[in-house]
Design a binder for this molecule. Structure first.
Ligand code: S3P
Length: 448
């Protein structure tokens, strides 16, 4: 869906202790990939725990447009009859990826080495985001892309009729770009190699192996060297999608800042490419116990017991940690505001090209709530005011960004005066049950 409906203002008031269990929905990154790889396998892939957020539903619709049969068989249960690597058919109409950068970039990769033309668009947020980071490496395979100025959507991609394999060193730490190249490499002959200096989320690599592709990862001086053998026959799988650690971040951080809270957050990924926020919170002095470590859906997970933590101290977050917590800086900056001392987040320029410019959105909103902020192109500094110290009493702009909306609603749960957001409608992209889940724990979030 390329246009959101009406803006949905929401208000969050200071609340009593949070208690109970916060069972968050399935992982967004893994859900997109399960649909994509399922569509490129031969036969039926069954998925359980799929995130039924708008971003993922848009990817499901896109896979149908490329010829796969995608059906919901129950809550979170989906069946994908794939058409095989190279088996996509040309879509009859424009592919609308809504709000989802992951959706559009991965789908572009998956069709770029097949002889067909597809046109992509998205909502006002997605149409501002750079696609050159994906179309540059796709051009090396022989694909062509024609978009708006600055490589913006709408964009038409002409897939390569005779693709060649590529060797590509990622210029930015981006799992989306890495995955787009790997997906394109699937239908190129020979070996496609992607080199990443800093490790980013590795769900595509794990899933490719699960679907039977030949893929190796070597750690060398240049970083991770990922080699994929092209034109495999992907075997359909049963995929159990684990819960999303990026969604789990919201109840976790809420419990840390709301006085008296004690909650459980089950099944939080401990995958080293995703758990940077949790390491950071522990370093700040958060009271989090990691219980029952185990594997779920091929990911290491633990149940978190999270308690109100009145002694959290700001820290310098190591810049090399950014890829493993890239979506969690907005909510970390809220926790930082309720901590003691200053929190320095460096090496975060990628936040400027997410669903919104997240450095700017958090800086302006926190300032409106009475928090002192410093920023430059690549840095965000938050001066903590201690538990209960944030004045609040502002309306914050969310810029079509689900994580900005949820971050300020969490801030309102512990600020002295209510915090409103101008538009909470984008929350459906990743965490459709956010309002009910948070209010079930004890939050006081209402529609404005
Ligand atoms: C994602 C990768 C990240 C992240 C996004 C999901 C993915 O983007 O911000 O929400 O599923 O590959 P980048 O890889 O571009 O940093």
């Amino acid at each position: 869906m390329s246009g959101h409906g009406d803006a949905q203002p929401m208000i969050s008031a200071k609340c009593g202790p949070l208690t109970g269990e916060a069972a968050v929905p399935g992982d967004k990154s893994i859900s997109h990939r399960a649909l994509l790889f399922g569509a490129m396998a031969v036969g039926e892939t069954r998925i359980t725990g799929l995130l039924e957020g708008q971003d993922v539903l848009d990817t499901a619709r896109a896979m149908r447009a490329f010829g796969a049969t995608v059906t919901q068989t129950g809550p979170g249960a989906w069946s994908v009859h794939g058409v095989g690597v190279g088996g996509f058919r040309e879509p009859e109409d424009v592919i609308d990826c809504g709000n989802s950068g992951t959706g559009v970039r991965l789908i572009m990769g998956s069709m770029a080495t097949t002889a067909m033309t597809a046109t992509f668009t998205g909502d006002a947020s997605l149409r501002k985001r750079p696609m050159g980071r994906v179309t540059d490496p796709l051009a090396l395979f022989g694909a062509q892309a024609y978009g708006r100025k600055g490589g913006r959507l709408p964009m038409t991609v002409v897939g390569a009729a005779n693709p060649v394999p590529v060797r590509y060193a990622l210029p930015v730490a981006s799992a989306q770009v890495k995955s787009a190249v790997l997906l394109a490499g699937l239908n190129a002959p020979g070996e496609t190699v992607v080199i990443e200096r800093e490790p980013t989320r590795d769900h595509s690599e794990r899933m490719l192996l699960g679907f039977g592709a030949e893929l190796t990862v070597e750690k060398g001086r240049e970083g991770h060297v990922i080699t994929l053998k092209g034109q495999p026959e992907l075997r359909p799988q049963s995929v159990a999608v684990p819960r999303d650690p990026s969604s789990a971040a919201f109840p976790t951080c809420a419990a840390l800042i709301v006085e008296g809270s004690d909650i459980t957050v089950p099944g939080v990924s401990q995958n080293l490419t995703r758990n940077g926020l949790y390491l950071t919170l522990v370093e700040m002095g958060a009271r989090i116990d990691f219980l029952n470590p185990r594997e779920e859906g091929g990911e290491p997970v633990a149940d978190l017991r999270v308690r109100f933590s009145d002694a959290m101290q700001g820290i310098e977050v190591p810049p090399e940690r950014a890829p493993s917590m890239i979506d969690e800086y907005p909510i970390l900056s809220v926790v930082a505001a309720f901590s003691h001392g200053k929190t320095v987040m460096r090496g975060v320029r990628e936040l400027r090209v997410k669903e919104s410019d997240r450095i700017d959105a958090m800086a302006r909103g926190l300032e409106a709530c009475g928090v002192r902020i410093e920023e430059d192109e690549d840095t965000l500094v938050v001066y903590g005011m201690g538990p209960g110290g944030v004045p609040g009493g502002a309306t914050c702009a969310t810029h079509l960004d689900h994580r900005i909306a949820m971050s300020f609603l969490v801030a309102g749960m512990a600020a002295r005066a209510e915090i409103a957001v101008d538009d909470a409608s984008p929350i459906v992209t990743s965490f459709p049950i956010f309002e009910g889940l948070m209010n079930g724990l004890g939050a006081a979030i209402r529609r404005g």
